[in-house]
Each structure stands twice: as structure tokens, then as C-alpha cells.
Design a protein around this ligand. Structure first.
Ligand SMILES: Cc1cc2nc3c(=O)[nH]c(=O)nc-3n(C[C@H](O)[C@H](O)[C@H](O)COP(=O)(O)OP(=O)(O)OC[C@H]3O[C@@H](n4cnc5c(N)ncnc54)[C@H](O)[C@@H]3O)c2cc1C
Length: 458
């Protein structure tokens, strides 16, 4: 019996890092192969330094309902880096930001967000939420197959909801979760937003941005940077992983097992031993692309909410603003502000190659038209344009049935396991942690079963 079976983890996003951390903790010799450099560790959970601001690349909001992620923070000894976040949420309506406090189911029902919509509609939404809640599991959304037969717009029509409820409530919930449109995405998505974000028990962050977690995990792990993996092969008694650094010869790493922690469409080119149906499911992942812009300001905004969302009725392209200095003043240098502005996926698709200056101009024109955040025009000291693809998954009607079929068909005892929230769950950092930990558990069971790792004694 080898004291430390080697496991290769492909991808240093939060899914891969969680898997590697749990594997190492259980006695494996885990190595992470990440194609980016150390500054981008964490993938879509990376935070980079730009002109004195710690700017998140994609994920910004961490929520108390992220139980697995919080447990991981504690296990990695990083709890001291967490700071509490504000729970003040804003919705733009008629050129004004309407603010409410969020975090609990009680606040949702009584706190002012829902009470500004027709009572009958709110009753229907809350009843449907109660019915769907048991199906909304972060690690595996297969159970949603039972309630997945219509788009958000079809749901609103079937339930007889008023147009204002669709446009001013359901639309922002959908665009906030996946940058998508209510005509296209499954009726489950607004309920995911309600469950995870609005009723998630409040928010937290770190002075360093969300990247504190991937950076903290990477410090405790063996990570090979700029290591681009080109193939993973299950040879029956071992796994061979081929990878290369720019300008260096190709290397082949053999290991007892492997976690493939890259987004779904990036799996088939690496791993040839998939069935036709698995390949089709992974290739077909309904990703949005995102162009979003960080604005560093020489002062905080007058707006106090930490998250402001806008309906497409108010602006057809701009959908969300994360005000990091309001989430926690500790997130920014004293007396400054940091705002992440998000555009809808359809706009990012159409304008993917637009120059940075034009993107910034478009956001500024949009802010002017919305009548919010005037500081972005007058007090900006830094802008940083991010283009992230693949970005967020917007599940379409029927996708949860496809998830259920995929989940049932993937062997939990295989030497190669997949990780990443986007495979079976929704695109959140916590779903990715859940998936990474599930991959680690499956491999540990296998390695213990074949005697490569000592059994656990209770
Ligand atoms: C704009 C935006 C906003 C978001 N906001 C939030 C939020 O506020 N809260 C939240 O919880 N979630 C949010 N998310 C979702 C969250 O960021 C992701 O769901 C999560 O970070 C995905 O983690 P992952 O490890 O599964 O994938 P990734 O982070 O994509 O990691 C995959 C890693 O694999 C590497 N890789 C790919 N191919 C190879 C290869 N061939 N060889 C080696 N390495 C490879 C990549 O470089 C990358 O580092 C947001 C996402 C976006 C895009």
C-alpha cells in the first residue's frame, strides 16, 4: 500500500482547490495543474491588484448559506480573514433605487422587497418557493427535473402574474444569477436566486476580496502554474495526464486518480473516454459570456446598497452593480469606492470584441440614463474591463432533466471524477466547493477500497 497515492487535479479554480485540499487532508499526494499564472489562482474566484484596489475577476458575493464553503474556510485556517458584509439591497425602479434589507426568509416576506408588488403575485411566488425549496440543492440540481418544464415567462403567464412582477422582480432575479433573459431560462432560476441570495442569511467578504480563499488554499497545496493540460487518460490501473508549460517539452504525469475541475465544455477536448451522451451534455452547457467593468473611485458613493439590480425596462443592457465599499468598507483603501458593473449576457455576446474605452463609455452612458451612481462619471480613478468566458450557466427549460440523466450516468467509482458547480449545480462558488468535495469523497472511497489509502477508523 502506497502511503500517499498521487492524485492530479486539473484546474485551480475553487472546485479544483477544494478537491485538492480535501484529498491532501485525507493523506493523498495531491498536485494541482493550473493553466494560468499565480495571480489568477481561483479562476472565476480570483482577485487581482489593480491601482491599489483588490479587484475581483468574477465572483464578488459570498453568502452565509454557503455552508460547505464556510466549513472549508475554517478547515483551511482562514476564518480570521473573513469580514461581515452589509445586507442592504437595491432595485432600480422609475429611476430610483428602492432599498431593502435582505438575508432571511422573514425579511424577504416582510422587508419591503415583495410588499411593493401585487399581494396576489407575492402569495403565489412564496407558495411556489416553499414547494420548490426542497428541490434546490447546491451540489446537485437533478431533483429540479420534477419541476422543470417551462421558462420564467411561461411560468409568469401560467400563474397569471402581472407584467410588473415579471419585469421588476423576476427579470432582475434571473439576470442577477445568470445574466440571462426570462424568455430563455428555466422557471427554477429565480427561485434559486431567492433561496441562495435573498434568503441566504446575509453576506460576507474579505479585505482581500473573494480571492483570499483560493490564495489561502493554494499556499497549502502543491500547484503547478502555467501548466496547460492537454489530455487525461484512464488506463485502468492508473491515470495519465499530459501537460505542458509554454516553451517547455510536454510532460506525462501518472497518478492513482484525477479530478477534472474545468468548466463543462472544456472537458471533452481533454478526456476522450466519455460516452456520446456525456460529451453532448458537456458541449451543450448553456453559458453566458460576460464583459463587466470595475470602477475605482476617489470616494464612496452616496448610494448605500451593496448590490443594486436593474430591470431591462429601466435599462436593456446594464443589469447589476456590486458596490464593494458598501459590502464592507474594509474592502477598499480608506475613503475610496469600488463598483463592479455588470452587463447582460446578450450585450456581451454582441460586443465581445469592442475596445475597453467603448465598453466603459457604454456603461457610463447607461448609468446616466438609469439615474444612479453619478460618481462613476465624476470620481473614477481606475477602470478595469473583464471579459470572462465561459462565465455563468443559465439553465433552460429541460436542462435539469438532462442534469439528472448525466448525474445518473457518471460512475462515482471511476478514477477520473469531474468537479465544478456548473456540471450539476448552479454557477456559484459554493456549488463548486460542493462538487470538488464530492469528487474528493468519491476518489477517497475508491482509493481506500483498493487499499491505496488507509481506511478511516472511527
Ligand atoms: C461575472 C461573474 C460573477 C459571479 N458572481 C458570483 C458571486 O457573486 N458569488 C458566487 O458565489 N459565484 C459567482 N460567480 C460564479 C463563480 O465565480 C463560479 O461558479 C466559480 O468560481 C467556478 O469555479 P470552478 O472552479 O468551478 O471554475 P473556474 O473558476 O472556471 O476554474 C477552472 C480553472 O481551470 C483552469 N483550466 C481550464 N482549462 C485548463 C487546462 N486545460 N489545464 C489546466 N487548467 C485549466 C482555468 O484556468 C481555471 O482556473 C460569478 C461568475 C461570474 C463569471
Amino acid at each position: 500500500m502506497s502511503a500517499q497515492p498521487r492524485v492530479v487535479v486539473v484546474g485551480g479554480g475553487i472546485a479544483g482547490l477544494s478537491a485538492a485540499f480535501r484529498l491532501q487532508e485525507a493523506g493523498c499526494d495531491a498536485v494541482v495543474l493550473e493553466s494560468a499564472g499565480p495571480e489568477m489562482i481561483g479562476g472565476r474566484m480570483a482577485t487581482v491588484e489593480v491601482s491599489g484596489f483588490a479587484v475581483n475577476r468574477a465572483a464578488t458575493i459570498l453568502i452565509h448559506s454557503y455552508r460547505e464553503l464556510i466549513r472549508l474556510i475554517a478547515a483551511a485556517g482562514l476564518a480570521g480573514e473573513v469580514v461581515p458584509g452589509s445586507d442592504l439591497f437595491g432595485l432600480v425602479r422609475d429611476g430610483q433605487v428602492r432599498r431593502v434589507r435582505l438575508g432571511s426568509r422573514r425579511q424577504l416576506a416582510t422587508g419591503g422587497l415583495l410588499t411593493s408588488f401585487p399581494l396576489g403575485d407575492v402569495g403565489k411566488l412564496l407558495r411556489d418557493y416553499r414547494r420548490m425549496r426542497p428541490l434546490l440543492t447546491p451540489h446537485d440540481m437533478s431533483p429540479m427535473a420534477a419541476a422543470d418544464f417551462e421558462s420564467v415567462t411561461q411560468y409568469a403567464t401560467r400563474r397569471g402574474l402581472r407584467p410588473e412582477t415579471l419585469e421588476y422582480l423576476l427579470d432582475p432575479l434571473v439576470s442577477g444569477l445568470c445574466l440571462g433573459e426570462p424568455e430563455e431560462v428555466s422557471a427554477a432560476m429565480p427561485f434559486v436566486f431567492i433561496d441562495v441570495i435573498l434568503c441566504g442569511g446575509g453576506f460576507f467578504t474579505s479585505k482581500e476580496g473573494v480571492g483570499f480563499l483560493p490564495k489561502g488554499l493554494a499556499r497549502q497545496l502543491t500547484v503547478e502554474y502555467r501548466a496547460h493540460v492537454t489530455s487525461v487518460e484512464d488506463r485502468g490501473d492508473e491515470v495519465a495526464v499530459t501537460w505542458q508549460r509554454p516553451g517547455e517539452p510536454e510532460r506525462i504525469e501518472t497518478a492513482a486518480a484525477c479530478v477534472l475541475a474545468v468548466p463543462p465544455p472544456q472537458v471533452p477536448p481533454l478526456y476522450a473516454q466519455l460516452t456520446h451522451d456525456q460529451r453532448e451534455f458537456l458541449d451543450d452547457a448553456p453559458y453566458a459570456r460576460s464583459i463587466h467593468v470595475a470602477f475605482g473611485l476617489d470616494r464612496p458613493t452616496r448610494e448605500r446598497a451593496m448590490l443594486v439590480q436593474a430591470s431591462r425596462v429601466e435599462h436593456h443592457d446594464l443589469c447589476a452593480f456590486v458596490l464593494e465599499h458598501n459590502l464592507s468598507p474594509q474592502r477598499v483603501p480608506d475613503g475610496t469606492g469600488l463598483v463592479m458593473t455588470h452587463l447582460r449576457g446578450a450585450w456581451s455576446d454582441r460586443n465581445w470584441d469592442l475596445g475597453d474605452d467603448k465598453v466603459v463609455d457604454h456603461v457610463l452612458a447607461g448609468v446616466r440614463r438609469l439615474g444612479v451612481l453619478p460618481e462613476l462619471e465624476r470620481h473614477t480613478t481606475m477602470t478595469h474591463v473583464w471579459r470572462v468566458s465561459p462565465c455563468l450557466i443559465g439553465r433552460r427549460p429541460g436542462d435539469y432533466r438532462a442534469i439528472a440523466r448525466f448525474a445518473a450516468g457518471f460512475d462515482p467509482r471511476g478514477r477520473v471524477q469531474l468537479a465544478g458547480g456548473d456540471h450539476l449545480g448552479h454557477s456559484t462558488t459554493n456549488s463548486s466547493v460542493c462538487s470538488g468535495e464530492r469528487a474528493a469523497r468519491n476518489l477517497l472511497a475508491r482509493l481506500r477500497g483498493e487499499g491505496a489509502l488507509a481506511p478511516v477508523h472511527h
